[in-house]
Design a binder for this molecule. Structure first.
Ligand code: GTP
Length: 595
């Protein structure tokens, strides 16, 4: 295929607006998969299915006949969630255009706005598609007017479609061909390719997805990474149809996969430029190594399972180079890992995968963001664990990461949302009416305040009608303290947190009360205290009680007696001893979740 017969495009949409269904239909239409062969072919992983989100981008090449000529259409799937916005923008960098899918009954939502601007910033041609027009509640005319108001899109250019019934789908691929420009690379130029995704395949090792921007790539070529100078041999090259299909080469403008014998995706950096050995070219713009924005400790429930966890973590991170991890020891929880993630959802997905795919049972500490400590000499250090927050040392300041959040909501809920954002220390930066009864709010919020229940609160305040998206922003100075929970005077390291001074006391009280409730009766007196920067701010006491598990058995029922003793031993295994108090694992679990 010469470049003028190639189109590289993505589908961008708010979650649940029908992206996967549309991709399936387009594959059926072009014969890439048989009808009903596999629902939502592109969403491969089990977690993705369950949560209905796309985590890792998958890509497919389609051949479509239009006005007597065959075209090669490369549909590049983008991850659907904000945590992966860098991957979305890298996937879009391999495209010249995008289908902007909007649910015709719901209209524009927060991710529609965020994704539109990602595409707009990269100068992509946007083909608007109003989906789900089969629904009784669909209002395509109203939504087309919203598109005009929010994005200056001509309502007449909006396609009407139903990915479910197939109505209107015949216009979609012709619009892709006619409205999206062909890739503009130089066929005669030196090889320059963009690596936009990588995954680990059990049998083939690392598979990288690339767009050949200039020149050609052949099997047997030796290529070099512009970001770190590493060399790789191209062992196999081909297209995804959607299964890998070796072709021996990729031409200018083509999208496909390469196999280089890499063992882990760590060396395959998304956004990197690769070129031929000894023929360097300027790197494509926009590469940045992924940065962890949320950290959590992950520990096995029973210390004996550490090796199994170690193995599982290693295997899973083979496939996701954006997870940072290192071994860590906690006095309360034993040996485990400190893991860094792109965001909260990324963390949850990882946790779920660990449990599902590796049968590991885990304790995850409360997530924390990276804090920047400013010392009196002006130098700064980053901490990724609240227990590294220094006590009794004068700091010039503590800086925390913020995000710019976009919220789209029916206008009636604006007041409640403002209250919520204010409570989470947010600053309003934009307030715009984008359609009749629909308002867009932009806030700068501390990333740490999005943890816990922010999203649930937003949903419940607005009966599920508000949508939300965010992007990383700068660090901001804030009045933060370290909050510790102490048992009989000894701090439980795994429960340390960094919180805003104004919230420390109420949070400390809640944690003490919760700890008291969860520990229940104890043989000896237990003091529970909360301390902010070493100063006690809350306290609870559990008074002593003599407990005898055998008291309940009368007489000489030996087997029952043995059973009870076994049970007690079993329980002990799942406990950790802090300040001479045995703390069951469930208590850690519950306290990590306290907000
Ligand atoms: P993510 O992968 O989570 O981003 O979602 P998505 O945008 O890919 O949405 P998906 O294709 O999973 O569709 C979401 C829901 O909408 C599913 O239950 C689909 O069956 C349904 N759906 C998709 N397209 C249509 C349509 O044209 N009409 C109707 N009625 N339902 C549709």
């Amino acid at each position: 295929f010469p470049p003028e017969r190639i189109r590289n495009f993505s589908i961008i949409a708010h979650v649940d607006h029908g992206k996967s269904t549309m991709a399936d239909r387009l594959m059926e239409l072009t014969g890439a998969i048989r009808k009903g062969m596999q629902e939502q072919y592109l969403d491969k992983l089990q977690v993705e299915r369950e949560r209905g989100i796309t985590v890792k981008a998958q890509t497919v090449s389609l051949v479509y006949r239009h006005k007597g000529a065959d075209y090669l259409l490369n549909l590049i799937d983008t991850p659907g969630h904000v945590d992966f916005s860098y991957e979305v923008s890298r996937s879009l960098a391999a495209c010249q255009g995008a289908l902007l899918l909007v649910d015709a009954s719901q209209g524009i939502q927060a991710q529609t706005v965020a994704n539109f601007f990602l595409a707009f910033d990269q100068d992509l041609a946007v083909v608007p598609v109003l989906n789900k027009i089969d629904m009784a509640t669909a209002e395509p005319a109203r939504v087309a007017a919203e598109m005009q108001q929010a994005f200056d899109i001509d309502p007449a250019s909006c396609l009407l479609a139903s990915a479910k019934t197939g109505r209107g789908l015949e216009q979609v691929l012709p619009a892709v061909i006619e409205r999206i420009p062909a890739p503009q690379g130089r066929e005669e130029g030196r090889l320059r390719m963009l690596l936009f995704d990588a995954y680990h395949d059990e049998y083939r090792g690392v598979v990288c997805l690339v767009e050949v921007v200039d020149g050609q790539l052949h099997k047997g070529d030796k290529v070099v990474s512009a970001s770190n100078g590493e060399q790789h041999d191209i062992l196999e090259v081909g297209v995804l149809a959607p299964e890998p299909h070796a072709t021996g080469r990729l031409c200018t403008g083509q999208v496909g996969y390469i196999i280089t014998g890499l063992k882990t995706t760590k060396s395959a950096r998304v956004g990197d430029t690769w070129f031929l050995d000894k023929q360097p070219v300027p790197a494509l713009p926009g590469f940045k190594p992924s940065k962890s924005m949320v950290f959590a400790g992950i520990y096995p429930v029973s210390a004996a399972d550490f090796e199994q966890l170690d193995h599982a973590v290693e295997r899973l991170t083979l496939n996701d180079a954006s997870i940072a991890f290192k071994k860590e020891n906690s006095a309360a929880l034993g040996a485990g890992f400190r893991c860094g993630f792109l965001g909260l959802l990324h963390m949850e997905v990882f946790h779920q995968r660990l449990e599902q795919e590796h049968g590991a049972s885990l304790i995850t500490t409360a997530p924390t963001v990276p804090y920047m400590l400013e010392h009196s000499d002006g130098s700064k250090t980053e901490i990724q664990n609240p227990s590294q927050f220094p006590l009794g040392q004068k700091l010039a300041g503590v800086w925390e990461p913020t995000v710019v959040a976009t919220i789209v909501t029916p206008s009636d809920y604006v007041g409640r949302i403002m209250e919520l954002c204010q409570d989470r220390r947010g600053d309003l930066t934009e307030h715009a009416v984008i359609a009749a009864n629909r308002t867009l709010l932009r806030y700068t919020l501390p990333l740490a305040e999005l943890g816990g229940d922010f999203y649930d609160e937003l949903k419940s305040l607005t009966s599920g009608y508000a949508s939300f998206d965010y992007e990383e922003s700068e660090y901001r100075k804030a009045d933060l303290v370290r909050l510790d929970l102490l048992l009989n005077g000894e701090a439980v390291d795994a429960l340390a947190r960094v919180v805003h001074r104004g919230k420390a006391q109420s949070m400390g009280r809640r944690m003490c009360a919760k700890m008291k409730e969860l520990l229940g009766r104890q043989l000896f007196e237990v003091t529970i205290q909360a301390a902010a920067n070493n100063r006690i701010i809350a306290r609870e006491t559990i008074s002593a009680l003599r407990k005898n598990v055998l008291a309940k058995c009368y007489g000489g029922d030996v087997s029952r007696k043995r059973k009870l003793l076994e049970k007690q031993k079993e329980g002990k295994k799942r406990m950790r001893r802090v300040g001479s108090v045995d703390v069951p694992q469930e208590v850690f679990h519950a306290l990590m979740k306290t907000n």
